[in-house]
Ligand binder design. Sequence first.
Ligand SMILES: [Zn+2]
Length: 208
Amino acid sequence: MAVREILQLGNPTLRVKCAEARQFGTGELRQLIEDLRDTLYDFKAREGFGRGIAAPQINVTLRVIFTQVTVPVALINPVIIKRSVRLMSLWDDCFSFPDLLVKLNRNHSIEVRYQDEQGQEQTVKAEGALSELLQHEIDHLNGVLAIDRAIDSQHIVYRSEYEKWIKNPPTKVASAEASPPVEASAANETAQAPEQAPDSHEPEPISS
Ligand SMILES: [Zn+2]
């Protein structure tokens, strides 16, 4: 078991475009996947939640991610090959800035091609919670962080203030002028997935 340090926002390694993994079935790759798994499980044991992690977050600049939504899956060299035009908006978060929440848009459904630990090509179709999680983790492999995708700068908030003002807004403060709170709280690496895909609007597709 090797729980690794999770790099935090500002560490330049989080901004690196990671290299493809080319060696499969090696002890090195197996160790990396185990470390990702152990680090994710450790965070989840301490914080009570956690669904995915990317190799650069533990200081390894290879295109490897590990997710646990229903079953644990390591995705190596993942590529998004299809995206729905339909978007969903959600409040996202990240192990690398656990005190922040960021509202952004993600494609509601995607198709991802990747290699498994043995190098076999696989594809997965994902929608909703798994879709936004995979988009978040694949972004990490390109040095892209959730804050880069914030709808605007007003939608980057401290978790404590999110809990206070957005998730459980004081009823007296709400007014017609106030922007409507939130369609759903989601979150990638820490909080719960959206309960209902928050497709209250259909903005222009985003590209990445
Ligand atoms: Zn993250």
